[in-house]
Design a binder for this molecule. Structure first.
Ligand SMILES: Nc1ncnc2c1ncn2[C@@H]1O[C@H](COP(=O)(O)OP(=O)(O)O)[C@@H](O)[C@H]1O
Ligand SMILES: [Mg+2]
Length: 256
């Protein structure tokens, strides 16, 4: 059984139907790429997986480790081992990276009924995570997202991954605007952290990042549904033929 199972998911925002019966499995130990043209609903899916309150699930279910989390609060999902890196993290004035990391750890500990982390333990944990995520030491004294480059925002996300060690991570990469340094950072992180203990759903419109991360599985989304599934060879097909081919195939299928 896959850790994350999505069945017949229908989602709307206001009166607009965005997801229309989506099925998807994401397994621990695998890198799963979700691709699809702009507007197909990829980011909506990522937001719904994490429990964003703006979206309404009208039908279907999301199950994580055998438990129905369709209506669970975002913090409970995160606590259970689901992780989403935010695309546009906000700048928080006066909060250093280091302080933010401590807030994250303490939120997790509090949810488990544990006391706040001791300063000394935190220093060690943070240092280990920074080494793992290959982040320069002086980064921790910077203010959160204040003037961060695209690559630095991505490093921040990796740092969170390294600290929280989720079982399933959802990484939504709108890679327009992501420079090669940022893409490389994400790719290195996925390659380093994915393994038997972590599965990744990497969401992307462009193929570029998938030349640096080799997915085990590829799903293609179109108009709110998964319309094609396959292995890494699908990335090459998309590179060659673009999304027009999917559109034609789905159109032909619907007409038949
Ligand atoms: N918060 C929102 N309010 C209104 N419409 C939205 C909202 N989020 C997404 N949509 C609409 O849902 C559709 C899918 O968007 P999105 O999930 O961002 O697709 P993708 O990430 O694949 O480009 C688009 O037509 C978009 O305009
Ligand atoms: Mg998107």
């Amino acid at each position: 059984m896959a850790e994350l199972e999505i069945r017949n998911l229908h989602v709307q925002i206001e009166d607009k139907k965005i997801l229309k019966g989506l099925d998807l499995d994401v397994e621990k130990g695998r890198v799963h790429a979700l691709m699809g043209p702009n507007g197909s609903g990829k980011s909506t899916l990522a937001n719904v997986i994490m429990g964003h309150p703006a979206y309404e699930v009208t039908e279907g279910s999301i199950t994580f480790k055998g438990e129905d989390i369709t209506e669970a609060a975002p913090e409970d999902r995160s606590q259970a081992g689901l992780f989403m890196a935010f695309q546009y993290p906000v700048a928080i004035p006066g909060v250093s990276v280091s302080k933010y990391l401590r807030m994250i750890i303490n939120a997790q500990r509090e949810a488990r009924g544990e006391a706040q982390i001791k300063i000394k333990d935190f220093a060690k944990t943070a240092q280990e995570a920074m080494e793992l995520a290959n982040i320069p030491k002086d980064f921790s004294s910077r203010y959160l997202n204040d003037g961060f480059s695209g690559g630095e925002k991505k490093r921040m996300e990796l740092l969170q991954l390294a600290l929280l060690r989720p079982e399933i991570a959802v990484l939504d990469e709108t890679d327009s605007g992501l420079d090669i340094d940022a893409l490389r950072t994400v790719a290195d992180g996925v390659n380093k952290f994915s393994g038997p203990d972590m599965g990744v759903l990497i969401i992307t419109h462009y193929q570029r990042i998938l030349s640096m991360v080799k997915p085990d599985q590829v799903s293609i989304m179109f108009e709110g549904r998964i319309v094609k599934e396959g292995g890494p060879e699908l990335v090459g097909v998309l590179e060659e033929k673009g999304y027009g081919w999917i559109r034609e195939e789905v159109g032909a299928g619907a007409a038949a």
